[in-house]
Design a protein around this ligand. Structure first.
Ligand SMILES: Nc1ncnc2c1ncn2[C@@H]1O[C@H](COP(=O)(O)OP(=O)(O)OP(=O)(O)O)[C@@H](O)[C@H]1O
Ligand SMILES: [Mg+2]
Length: 339
């Protein structure tokens, strides 16, 4: 199997501007666009370079209109890039679009469903398009509808499906041919908590099967739970790309630790100043940062024990991905480039 299942280099998409688009950053054609027309262009995806390994889950986060769906549509060979290139499962998304569509399972934001069809007919139709045998299709439909709690609704017409049921069906459709790469654009946005958990579990199973997943989501807890790496995109550009832990360390500094005592802190802190720099304190607790917790923490506990302090807990203060995300997105607003 290939090492890098999704690869892009300078992937760019420009759309012609409508008259209404002028104030959101439309520009006349430049040399890069090569259009030579009097048209103005809006750059929705701007030089995205990415690498996603086999068995990796990459979450693509970013504000509304940042370019996530446009990126996914280029990766799925639905849109042609204006510049740059992408390879998915080793295939070029422009020259080998047919192979790409076969290698990819795509869940779009607004899946177009044939509402008069029954769910099993709909899935069978897509299975046939992917060249699966009737017996295999039947087996996959049974397994996947069971898995996502749609077994009872298999014979129902899609018009009668709720929003969340439609989203589950679109996910089943994406997974039907067991593709090597899944492009999931907000797969749980319409789902109740239990269904969303079923989907998250399914995504984790895909990873253990060495499937590659690109996941667009606004649910930061979901991104943190699932993703090996997080890419943050704003105004069409990737502005951060790393593991959740490293993004936090980079943007929020070293981990913050907290000691809680069974009694008041009064009189203890002056005895600790050579060991830790206290950042915050309350009546019975204090917080500090240290670049080397493996030596500082045991020394601190030994010192406190020597002072007869009764320590209830020493723990890391959890910092959420939301802190990281908001910091990056607020920076954008402060720069004043509204899109
Ligand atoms: N077909 C199109 N024609 C013109 N502009 C488009 C087209 N598709 C997308 N855009 C513009 O490109 C930008 C990026 O849109 P995109 O749908 O990729 O954003 P997104 O990151 O998926 O946002 P959301 O979080 O709201 O789903 C937006 O400003 C959008 O208006
Ligand atoms: Mg989108």
């Amino acid at each position: 199997m290939l090492d890098r299942m999704i690869q892009t280099e300078n992937l760019t998409k420009r759309f012609p501007c409508s008259t209404a688009g002028a104030e959101r950053g439309c520009a006349p054609p430049d040399e890069k666009s090569g259009s030579g027309e009097a048209q103005t262009w809006f750059t929705a995806v701007d030089g995205v370079t990415l690498d996603v390994a086999a068995g990796e889950i990459l979450a693509l986060l970013g504000p509304n209109g940042a370019g996530k769906t446009t990126t996914v549509r280029m990766l799925a060979s639905i849109l042609t890039p204006s510049a740059g290139w992408a390879r998915v499962a080793g295939f070029d998304t422009v020259r080998e679009a047919r192979q790409v569509r076969h290698a990819v399972g795509l869940l779009t934001e607004f899946p177009g469903l044939y509402l008069r069809m029954r769910a099993d007919e709909y899935l069978a139709f897509f299975g046939e398009l992917q060249g699966l045998s009737a017996a295999h299709i039947r087996h996959r439909i049974e397994t996947l509808t069971e898995r996502f709690g749609l077994a009872q609704a298999r014979r129902q017409r899609l018009a009668e499906y709720s929003k969340g049921m439609r989203q589950k069906l679109a996910l089943i459709r994406a997974m039907l041919h067991d593709p090597a790469v899944l492009l999931l654009d907000e797969p749980t946005s319409a789902m109740d908590p239990h269904s969303a958990k079923q989907v998250r579990d399914a995504i984790l199973d895909l990873r253990s099967d060495r499937r590659t997943v690109l996941l667009c989501t606004h649910n930061l807890t979901e991104a943190e739970l699932l993703a090996d790496r997080i890419a943050i995109i704003r105004r069409g550009q990737i502005v951060a790309l790393d593991t959740p832990a490293r993004l936090k360390a980079q943007l929020l500094g070293p981990p913050l630790l907290e000691v809680r005592l069974a009694h008041s802190l009064d009189g203890y802190l002056p005895h600790l100043t050579d060991l830790v720099q206290v950042k915050e304190r309350g009546d019975t607790w204090f917080r500090y940062c240290t670049p080397s917790p493996e030596t500082t923490n045991p020394a601190l506990l030994a010192r406190l024990a020597g002072l007869d302090a009764r320590v209830l807990t020493l723990s890391e203060v959890l910092r959420s991905l939301e802190d990281v995300y908001l910091r990056i997105v607020t920076e954008e607003e402060e720069e004043g480039h509204g899109r």
